[in-house]
Design a protein around this ligand. Structure first.
Ligand code: NAD
Ligand code: IPM
Ligand code: MN
Length: 348
């Protein structure tokens, strides 16, 4: 098949990890007789430097016209002055809103050998396979912000429609998995959470085969570390999902491993690792590329409908981990390029 894929390397280690993922996608295309065209565009700090805006119009238009978008990461100390007028992260939020990708899938799978590097006891990690569905285009990220010299505020708002559509996605994924859905909120304090919970209870009637449970976000943070194997699909609002998934990455052994897929009602999906631009290791050929390569596998699955190809790439990642070919975040001594070469070798 033919596919146009927009690559947004972004900032920090973004260009290093997207280069790795593009190499893997090229290898998949060659092995399976596909024609993938790649076009690189600017997003984030690099776009601020050259265009004065974090999401240039040319990038927006290219993403809307693409079959899928693969992103590295944006942001870094150069653009982090609290008084800055434009921020790299605004570009990413603008892109998510533009593409309408309200459901952010963040699968947390524990690979046995990598998990040995996790600070958690191995018996707690056995059988962990969680799919987070994070609401991505609403909540406090997109509410009105105010600032005076004396005070600041960020409004958290959710409409019923925003909650319903992400919950339906989560129920559908749960139906195709182990049929358990945990909805995470802060309904003991927040009005948006009470609306969220009420909506979850109502929508659950449409999915009688799925067992719905509710968990407050503070205790969820604890349970993720004490009983992670108990969870199947976890659905939650934007900010809680952001925080809980970085925590869940600890189960995998490194923040460099989990991928993500952001999907909406539109045709274009956005794929990115869950980590950031890692300014502390930029340019050292140390970044773990596997989260981005695994995001490319999700791109093959969800945007291009190439399930066999997605599985081939996931198997190559798994075999690389089986062989203990680890970047330093996993306690290894292999470089970004050596890990990528190992995945490419496995793909053959
Ligand atoms: P971070 O995820 O960039 O880094 C946290 C820690 O994890 C660092 O020690 C880093 O070296 C390590 N790490 C992250 N990814 C790694 C990888 N692939 N391989 C090896 N180690 C890895 O989080 P931060 O330091 O809080 O944020 C830095 C910048 O990244 C900020 O500007 C933030 O806004 C941005 N950010 C962007 C995204 C995104 O573009 N989607 C996501 C998160 C953070
Ligand atoms: C992520 C990041 C982003 C978020 C930032 C960079 C806007 O942390 O993708 O997890 O908070 O969504
Ligand atoms: Mn995050």
């Amino acid at each position: 098949m033919k596919a146009n894929i927009v690559i947004l390397p972004g900032d920090g280690i973004g260009p290093e990890v997207t280069a790795a993922a593009v190499e893997c996608l090229r290898a998949v295309a060659k092995n399976h007789g596909h024609d993938f065209q790649f076009a690189e565009h600017l997003l984030g700090g690099c776009a601020i430097d050259t265009e004065g805006t974090a999401l240039p119009e040319s990038t927006r238009a290219a993403c809307l016209a693409a079959d899928a978008v693969l992103l590295g990461a944006v942001g870094g100390p150069k653009w982090s002055d609290p008084k800055a007028k434009v921020r790299p992260e605004q570009g990413l939020l603008g892109l998510r809103a533009t593409l309408g990708v309200f459901a952010n899938l963040r699968p947390i799978k524990v690979h046995a050998r990598a998990a040995a590097l996790s600070p958690l006891k191995p018996e707690r990690l056995a059988g962990v396979d969680i799919l987070f569905v994070r609401e991505l285009t609403g909540g406090v990220y997109f509410g009105e912000k105010t600032r005076t010299p004396e005070a600041a505020s960020d409004l958290c708002r959710y409409s019923v429609i925003e909650i319903e559509r992400v919950l339906r996605r989560a129920f559908e994924f749960a139906q195709a998995r182990r049929r358990k859905l945990t909805s995470v909120d802060k309904a003991n304090v927040m009005e948006t959470s009470r609306l969220w919970r009420e909506t979850a209870v109502r929508i659950a009637a449409e999915y009688p085969d799925v067992k719905l449970e509710h968990q407050l976000v503070d205790s969820m943070a604890m349970l993720l570390l004490t009983r992670p194997a108990d969870y199947d699909v976890i659905v939650t609002e934007n900010l809680f999902g952001d925080i809980l998934t970085d925590e869940a990455a600890v189960l995998c052994g490194s923040l460099g491993l989990p991928p993500s897929a952001s999907l909406g009602a539109g045709k274009v999906g956005l794929y990115e690792p869950i980590h950031g631009s890692a300014p502390d290791i930029v340019g050292q050929n140390k970044a773990n590329p596997l989260g981005t390569i695994a995001s490319a596998a999700l791109l093959l699955r969800y945007s291009l409908n190439l399930e066999a190809e997605a599985q081939a790439l996931e198997a190559a990642i798994s075999a690389t981990l089986d062989a203990g070919i680890f970047t330093p975040d996993l306690g290894g001594t292999y470089s970004t390029q050596q890990v990528t070469a190992a995945v490419l070798e496995q793909l053959q």
